[in-house]
Design a protein around this ligand. Structure first.
Ligand code: NDP
Length: 257
């Protein structure tokens, strides 16, 4: 008998930042388990390449939406358009994220606001639109936010990023307890250090690379695909009774004293 625990057939997942890195791996993982997917990011060509790749590998429908999530006022209309075209969105993965590193005493307000807007405010606003949509449809929903090790601790030169991710964990818990009555489960995944475009300045730096390997009990950088299974679990029947949690997929980082 085939298990239904991880089956996403008949569901549609919207993944922000789904054109590369962690978002692409998560979108592909959800499609491999039967979901149609819609992906949002700014870079149109990368969206199209990602869509072709997911479609070829999984046979599922993939729709692309080029959009800059720092355009906070445009998010509601974007979401409504996606929900109408997809005939409903069951799963929302908030993965789009950015960082600008620099000494905190020198960070200008424009930089601070941009990182907070993309990582935290856009997540809140699209989650609001998703919640209203699920309530109107009288259907359950799943939100998965991509957190970070900075949900749990500080790192020099990352004030805006770490603040956005700390806020994201608080938002995850708040929405989980508030929207449980609507059958919307809200969780976060906390990646360790994953080799992507975002972390290229880090994994190409010998000293930083050594530090990451020493701090990661499993002894390697994570791959975007390492996050996919947890996302599938949180999106599927397997995650029915999980809400308000952060699941760290970090190679053991946070367990090490
Ligand atoms: P990437 O740089 O590869 O991906 C970032 C994604 O966000 C891209 O799809 C990018 O698309 C999208 N994005 C960035 N800014 C915007 C914007 N203004 N509007 C719309 N989309 C935007 O990095 P990762 O895959 O590593 O990061 C994905 C998430 O995982 C982020 O939230 C990050 O904070 C988190 N994370 C990553 C870790 C790591 O070690 N890599 C560790 C912990 C958390 P585009 O540029 O085309 O708009």
């Amino acid at each position: 008998m085939k298990s239904e625990l991880f089956n996403l057939a008949g569901k549609t997942a919207l993944v922000t930042g789904g054109n590369r890195g962690i978002g692409l791996a998560v979108a592909k993982g959800l499609a491999e388990h039967g979901a149609d997917v819609a992906i949002i990011a700014r870079t149109k060509e990368q969206l199209e390449t990602a869509a072709r790749q997911i479609q070829t590998d999984t046979g599922k429908k993939v729709s692309t939406y080029p959009f800059d999530l720092s355009d906070i006022k445009g998010i509601e209309a974007l979401f409504e358009n996606i929900a109408a075209e997809a005939k409903g969105v069951d799963i929302l993965v908030n993965c789009a994220g950015t960082t600008i590193r620099g000494p905190s005493e020198d960070v200008d307000l424009e930089t601070w606001n941009h990182v907070i807007e993309v990582n935290l405010t856009a997540t809140f606003v699209i989650s609001q639109a998703f919640c209203r949509h699920r309530r109107q449809a009288e259907k359950a929903g799943r939100i998965i936010n991509i957190g970070s090790l900075t949900c749990h601790g500080g790192r020099p030169t990352t004030a805006a990023y770490a603040s956005s991710k700390g806020g994201l964990l608080s938002l995850t818990r708040t929405l989980a307890v508030e929207w449980a009555k609507y059958d919307i489960n809200v969780n976060a995944i906390g990646p360790g250090y994953i080799a992507t475009e975002l972390t290229e300045p880090l994994w190409t730096n010998d000293e930083f690379n050594k530090w990451v390997l020493a701090k990661t009990p499993l002894g390697r950088w994570g791959k975007p695909e390492d996050l996919a299974g947890t996302a599938v679990m949180l999106a599927s029947k397997a995650g029915d009774f999980i809400t308000g949690q952060i699941i760290n997929v970090d190679g053991g980082w946070l367990a090490l004293l």
